[in-house]
Design a protein around this ligand. Structure first.
Ligand code: HEC
Length: 193
């Protein structure tokens, strides 16, 4: 008996709602039916530019670190990544579709698309949108502005150096970890033969 009353009550209230939708309710319905595109896009926008401090011991002559940097620099696509994986990078880290914040344990895509824009020693089909990084140690790193910190920051968030840069943002975006930025930097500034 009680449930019958309840049912009747709810049918009644539903029909009342249906005929008299308040302005506030209508707004809500509109928002659900037509979600603001701006709100969706906002989620995909880059975070504001950020200045980073290069961690201690970031740049080394460690063979594995340089090998990881080279691997990331030269590979355009995680699935098609060529060559043997250097120590510290694993196939499972190359799974696509994972995003993570700096500090998180599992790094995702192990490629940086750097050769899409930059030439460097041994690059195959390098792009020329960015400066040629061949012989970087000799031509850049010895000058006053091209320090290890400069290179680290450039890769982490190039917007600090050039607000209108066309280069990818790698640390602020969470694409790579601090360690990976160190590896890539170590590779660029390393002596190559
Ligand atoms: C879409 C193109 C593009 C991609 C991809 C790209 N860069 Fe760049 N890069 C540039 C441009 C353009 C510049 C020149 C300065 C500027 O506009 O920011 C630059 C500048 C640099 C510099 C400074 C060189 C100097 O003047 O001393 C370094 C180092 C660098 N990029 C490294 C990288 C690394 C490492 C990657 C991959 C993680 C990468 N870039 C990916 C376009 C790109």
């Amino acid at each position: 008996m009680k449930s019958k009353k309840l049912l009747l009550g709810s049918i009644l209230s539903i029909s009342i709602l249906a005929v008299s939708v308040s302005a506030a309710d209508q707004k809500l319905i509109d928002a659900i039916e037509q979600p603001l595109a701006a709100a969706i896009i906002k989620k995909d926008l880059l975070k504001p530019m950020k200045k980073f401090n290069m961690p201690k011991g970031c740049i080394s002559n460690d063979k594995d670190s340089i090998a990881r940097g080279a691997f990331i620099f030269h590979n355009l696509n995680g699935k098609k990544a060529k060559g043997k994986l250097p120590k510290g990078l694993s196939k499972t880290q190359m799974k696509e579709g994972k995003t993570y914040k700096p500090g998180d344990k599992i790094p995702p895509k192990q490629y940086g698309n750097c050769v899409a824009c930059h030439n460097i020693e041994g690059a195959k089909g390098a792009g020329n949108i960015g400066p040629d990084l061949t012989n970087y140690k000799q031509f850049f790193i010895d000058t006053k502005t091209r320090t290890h910190e400069y290179v680290y920051q450039k890769i982490a968030d190039p917007r600090i150096d050039n607000e209108n840069t066309h280069m990818t943002v790698n640390l602020t975006s969470g694409l790579f970890t601090e360690q990976e930025i160190c590896d890539i930097t170590a590779y660029i500034v390393s002596e190559k033969n």
